[in-house]
Design a protein. Structure first.
Length: 290
């Protein structure tokens, strides 16, 4: 029996535009873990206390298993082995569950066939899987699901960000499902290069802010606000998201934006000071300086 793990992510800026070559800033959410214990000596079976996660694995794992076999040039057979799953990645909330799932299956297939599990091999197969879920995938979510550090991502190139900034990021759940594929299709139909350029500028501002000890608050605030305006132009800021943004402002947030595909999911709030304990019941702190 072996144990394999992956985790969720939060994108600070760059969503959608990253598909067309704009940069994105991706933060791994290590506490949002997805892990499996795999026993290949047993028949195929999915064991998971989370009913939704179990149904997703039961519905999609056999298909990804066969797609992966074909990709690796192996004989296509039905999956085997018992999967005991623990999932702490929110599903359909823009936290990268499908990416974490894809990375897990890619790692599992490489283990099963005793293949080299280097970063490039896992990334390429995971990206192939992610495309099955969302169509054209940039790979940013996959990078977030594989990295343990904040990264600057552009056209499959990435580098670790040395975060020196002041300020605090929190994510708030809007309680609304984010339909990634529908959001991607909506943005693609608009085909507005100006919005992509604005999102690229937003990523540049946030990057400079993260790497700056003294002027980070202003740069990050400008970048997050500009990225939020891009989502508004795409029509992906719902009334539920706006309500959370008003709540973030009431709590003292400097600015906020939806994160992920939009149309629901999680909302990113940026604060000058950490939230009080009583304020943190319904949000999560993004620890991106470690």
């Amino acid at each position: 029996m072996i144990k394999l793990t992956s985790h969720g992510k939060t994108i600070l800026t760059g969503e959608h535009a990253v598909i067309r070559g704009a940069p994105a800033i991706v933060i791994p959410n290590l506490h949002q873990s997805l892990s499996i214990h795999f026993d290949e000596t047993k028949p195929f079976k999915v064991i998971c206390q989370n009913e939704v996660t179990a149904k997703i694995f039961e519905a999609h794992f056999p298909n990804l298993w066969q797609i992966g076999q074909d990709y690796l040039g192996k004989k296509t057979n039905a999956p085997q082995g018992e999967l005991v799953i623990q999932n702490h990645v929110p599903i359909a909330r823009g936290c990268g569950f499908s990416a974490a799932f894809s990375v897990i299956v890619a790692k599992l297939l490489h283990h099963f066939y005793d293949l080299e599990t280097n970063i490039e091999n896992i990334f390429k197969l995971s990206l192939h899987f992610e495309t099955q879920f969302h169509g054209n995938s940039s790979g940013a979510d996959i990078a977030g699901a594989m990295s343990t550090k904040p990264i600057w991502f552009k056209n499959h190139d990435m580098r670790v960000i040395n975060c020196q900034h002041q300020g605090y990021f929190y994510i708030f759940d809007s309680g609304q499902i984010s339909h990634t594929k529908k959001c991607v299709e909506k943005v693609t139909l608009m085909a507005d290069p100006k919005i992509d350029l604005d999102m690229a500028l937003a990523s540049g501002l946030v990057l400079k802010g993260l790497e700056n000890k003294h002027y980070g608050l202003e740069l990050i605030s400008q970048g997050i606000q500009l990225a939020n305006e891009c989502f508004e132009k795409w029509g992906l800021v719902t009334p539920e998201v706006k309500k959370i943004q008003e709540e973030i402002a009431a709590l003292g947030g400097i600015t906020s934006k939806v994160t992920g595909a939009g149309g629901g999911g999680y909302v990113l709030g940026y604060f000058k000071e950490p939230l009080l304990v009583n304020d943190k019941d319904h949000c999560e702190h993004l620890k991106i300086k470690e």
